[in-house]
Design a binder for this molecule. Structure first.
Ligand code: ATP
Ligand code: ATP
Ligand code: MG
Ligand code: MG
Ligand code: MG
Ligand code: MG
Length: 253
């Protein structure tokens, strides 16, 4: 095709091809979900509908991008791990993260009704997206451990906070003052002695977040046939070695 005299402007675009041979992680996070969750009356501290909707959106992303070997989600965020050798969009960072981010957002909106029934979505939510490279398996595992440690810290705090607010009629500020300076052991003790809650018995999904792996499911027991790889949500401790030994296919991708 003949070049127009305007074509030169393409040279203003910057190259953003990601370094080869590294794990590519795309993390999406809801914009101002403190407000979005309030306005849509999410159950505090953990709304199951919202978490399942996040998982659903993540599954749609994984079905579209077969090079995602694993995803991990908690709260209003999801991380997608692409295999090291992916050549998706020629590894262009902006292409990868904007497509993942907008597909996730669209899937979240399209499936809203399945989880929130007649509750109207009052405004369109958005999710930011970033791309991070991890050169070693240890770096990748530490990244995922960091996210799972984050949900633990936040959820322990939030469980205390909302019990104080909901059952002791404290204001948010009073609950915050009560929890200021406390360490994990103190929070476990508050939950146990004041509310009879053993934190370790709280739902696993709230404490550990959700991991999605692609698995071939058994289609027919007799014929020994399997489905194509299908994203399956599970709740597991991904910090432990056991997880990585059980699912050793992830790091070998
Ligand atoms: P930012 O735009 O900087 O991300 P944010 O308000 O989204 O701001 P986050 O640190 O991402 O801040 O926190 C997300 C907030 O969304 C949580 O603090 C929590 O209040 C709320 N939230 C997310 N998921 C749920 C859920 N399943 N149930 C209840 N609340 C939720
Ligand atoms: P890519 O993912 O690479 O962008 P693409 O199929 O979206 O692939 P584009 O070059 O962006 O390729 O072209 C968009 C195509 O979408 C057009 O070729 C056209 O077929 C279709 N399209 C977009 N807007 C309209 C419209 N308003 N009416 C009809 N067709 C449209
Ligand atoms: Mg934030
Ligand atoms: Mg957020
Ligand atoms: Mg967040
Ligand atoms: Mg297009």
């Amino acid at each position: 095709m003949a070049q127009s005299k305007f074509e030169y402007v393409r040279n203003f675009e910057v190259e953003d091809r990601l370094l080869p041979n590294c794990w590519i992680v795309v993390r999406v996070d809801g914009k101002n979900f403190s407000k979005f969750s309030d306005l849509h009356e999410f159950t505090k501290p953990n709304d199951r509908r919202a978490l399942h909707l996040m998982n659903h959106a993540a599954i749609i992303v994984m079905r579209n991008y077969k090079d995602i070997v694993m995803a991990y989600g908690q709260s209003d965020e999801y991380s997608f791990v692409f295999r090291k050798s992916t050549e998706l969009y020629n590894r262009r960072a902006s292409k990868i993260m904007t497509n993942v981010g907008s597909l996730f957002t669209a899937a979240y909106c399209v499936n809203w009704k399945k989880y929130f029934d007649s509750k109207e979505m009052k405004y369109p939510p958005s999710f930011d997206a970033r791309t991070v490279l991890y050169p070693t398996d240890t770096n990748l595992r530490d990244y995922l451990s960091w996210r799972q440690a984050d949900v633990h810290i936040n959820n322990l705090y939030n469980t205390c906070f909302w019990n104080l607010v909901q059952k002791k009629n404290m204001t948010g500020q009073e609950a915050e003052v009560r929890l200021r300076g406390t360490v994990s052991a103190d929070k476990n003790e508050i939950l146990f002695s004041e509310f009879g809650i053993n934190y370790n018995n709280e739902p696993q999904m709230f404490r550990k977040g959700t991991t999605i792996l692609c698995k071939r499911l058994i289609k027919s027991e007799e014929k020994g046939s399997y489905t194509k790889p299908e994203p399956v949500p599970i709740v597991e401790d991904i910090i432990s070695d056991t997880f990585w030994i059980t699912h050793d296919e992830i790091l070998s991708e």
